[in-house]
Write a protein that binds this ligand. Structure first.
Ligand code: GLC
Length: 604
């Protein structure tokens, strides 16, 4: 065994200097004004959370049956991915009826029971709203198909005549996010080739025309339907896509869901950008085409803000907008628009201390300017789970799924880094999003065979991209039960990898050092210390340590070691929590050594 030399502490710094707060990145407050400003929000992907009826697909009663797990985790709210009536061509993000529960998931009564059960435990409930497109089974679209070109029925969607002789070419060159053209041609009732309709996603997800007053009125009404039932907020799907540039101009760029991270040029301390660089620092990648981030979307969110204001209790809107740079994203959370936006710039930053410092500083800078909380997120149902992403040879790459024939993530390294990344995230002020199963440290399923895959992205790219099924595998609740306890029959809509036995909730429950207990302890400490509404100041003494991210939030010091060698902390620091083993036997060694890929929360 080789012994490694610990990384030296910053030269000549005393203990006090090492733990003293320096540059203030974000000022804290005594308490959060509204609940969502510092909330930890847990994403439930209903089809994969828990199955009560035994058909192998999770459902709302399954979620209700596991509310105890969520309460013991210490979350503030849950966000439910779509459970509405849907042909499930994009796992429910293709909605046929916005006011009903799909029989796969239960009934409206089941929803009410889940909501009441969550509220009784002090857990708020945010539901998903999918306004960019409907399902092709939605009554509006079937009416549009039956009606003539130019009819009011077609005006709710984006129908256009084709280009070229006979209108045989699509109206423009846009590509679908899932691959292939963003237009599909109809056959009209008389059998002749007809108009084309726009779908930024699958051909079963026609885009609505948000310049149409009926579309606007309908969604305001859908909001009220769920607000009346008592939901606490909405996560807004593809919030940057609703309005398209006038004339639908051609665009040669490539639309991506998991767009590139920005902030490479931002200052690590302040978030300021270098002169001449794009505002707030972006790589220039990202979704900047004429179908995304048009000014007109903001009018829609101003209207919705007012709808929510009709209700008591600080209801909230959360933007899913793959928009960069962060200053553009911050426009979605101006005081009269949405309340939060997912910080995908953070999610897409790799395992790189300098890049993380930049994106953290730029995030506070952009959000503080508009008075909105910063959010943090590492995983969701659209990206490779973070333990697997961070276990890749280059943790900065963001594949759309992983095939068995691809280079495989290093599971142990990835989990170690994932736990460290999570503690780094949960120590920061703002609101944090967790994706179901990350509290178990679940890896991506990287060996799903083609015949079980369901993500339209796999099919529309003709198998070039694995797609998102690997992060959507049904959760393991019990190591020894069929289907790892997902449901009563052992059926699961996607196969689970054998490794899930090691990650099952019941083998981690109460086990010191397990990922589940780490999450519980982190959320409890975050709450007790008020970290969510605290401030963030870099520990300046560590600023030059290339592989360390270190900050103070109130009475807690957070230090993440992203390097390869242990980092030595000054004597006299008390370790509150660590993402991996840290020797704290002071009689053997008075110094705390933080191993590689480990984050500690300290009292210092
Ligand atoms: C969002 C969802 C994703 C879905 C897409 C189309 O990005 O998160 O799962 O496929 O929108 O609705």
């Amino acid at each position: 065994m080789t012994t490694t030399q610990p990384t030296r502490r910053p030269d000549d710094a005393t203990r006090d200097e090492l733990v003293a707060a320096g540059a203030v990145v974000h000022a804290g407050s005594d308490s959060a004004r509204e609940w969502w400003r510092d909330a930890v929000i847990y994403q439930v992907y209903p089809r994969s959370f828990a199955d009560a009826d035994g058909d192998g697909i999770g459902d709302l009663p399954g979620v209700t049956s596991r509310l105890g797990h969520l309460a013991s985790l210490g979350i503030d709210a849950l966000w439910l991915s779509p459970f509405y009536r849907s042909p499930q061509r994009d796992a429910g993000y293709d909605v046929a009826d916005y006011r009903d529960v799909d029989p796969l998931f239960g009934t409206l009564d089941d929803f009410d029971e889940l909501l009441a059960g969550a509220h009784a435990r002090g857990i708020r409930v945010v539901v998903d709203l999918v306004p960019n497109h409907t399902s092709d089974q939605h009554v509006w679209f079937t009416e549009a198909l039956a009606a003539a070109p130019g009819s009011p029925e077609r005006a709710r969607y984006v129908f256009r005549d084709g280009r070229g002789p006979g209108g045989d070419e699509p109206p423009n060159n846009w590509q679908s996010v899932f691959g292939g053209p963003a237009w599909t041609r109809l056959t009209e009732a008389d059998g002749t080739p007809g108009q084309w309709y726009l779908h930024l996603f699958d051909s079963t997800q026609p885009d609505l025309d948000w310049t149409h007053p009926e579309v606007r009125a309908e969604f305001a009404d859908v909001l009220r339907f769920w607000l009346d039932r008592g939901v606490d907020g909405f996560r807004v799907d593809v919030a940057h896509g609703l309005v398209k540039a006038d004339g639908l101009p051609d665009w040669d760029g490539h639309v991506e869901m998991v767009a590139g991270a920005g902030d490479d040029t931002a200052d690590e301390t302040t978030g300021d950008v270098e002169p001449g660089a794009p505002e707030d620092g972006s790589t220039g990648a990202g979704n900047q085409g004429p179908m995304f981030d048009q000014d007109g979307v903001h009018e829609v969110y101003r209207e919705w803000h007012q709808v929510l204001d009709e209700y008591d209790g600080d209801r909230c809107l959360v933007a899913e907008a793959w928009v960069e740079p962060l200053s553009r994203l911050a426009r979605y959370v101006r005081p009269d628009e949405m309340h939060q936006a997912f910080n995908f710039s953070f999610l897409t930053t790799g395992w790189d201390a300098a890049a993380l410092r930049r994106v953290v500083a730029a995030s506070y800078r952009a959000n503080d300017e508009v008075g909105a909380p910063t959010t943090w997120v590492l995983s969701n149902h659209d990206v490779v789970r973070h333990p697997s992403r961070l276990g890749l040879a280059d943790p900065g790459v963001r594949p759309n799924g992983v095939f068995a024939t691809d280079p495989q993530p290093d599971e142990e390294l990835g989990l170690r880094r994932a736990r460290a990344a999570t503690l780094l995230m949960l120590g920061m002020p703002g609101s944090a999003y967790l994706y179901q199963g990350e509290e178990l440290g679940l890896p991506e399923h990287t060996a799903l065979p083609a015949e079980v895959r369901q993500d339209p992205a796999f099919f529309r790219t003709e198998g070039a991209e694995a797609g998102r099924d690997g992060c959507r595998v049904p959760l393991p609740w019990a190591a020894d039960a069929p289907g790892y306890g997902f449901g009563p029959t052992g059926e699961t809509w996607l196969p689970q990898p054998a490794s899930f036995a090691r990650y099952a909730a019941d083998v981690q429950d109460g086990v010191a050092g397990s990922t589940l207990e780490l999450y519980r302890a982190a959320l409890a400490t975050r709450r007790a210390e008020g970290l969510g509404h605290g401030g963030l100041a870099w520990l300046d003494a560590w600023a030059g340590s290339a592989d360390v991210v270190a900050y103070r939030n109130g009475d807690v010091v957070v230090l993440a070691n992203l390097g390869t060698e242990p980092v030595v902390l000054p004597a006299g620091t008390e370790v509150l929590l660590s993402s991996g083993p840290v020797a704290t036997d002071r009689s053997a060694d008075p110094q705390v050594r933080v191993p590689a890929d480990t984050t500690v929360w300290l009292r210092a």
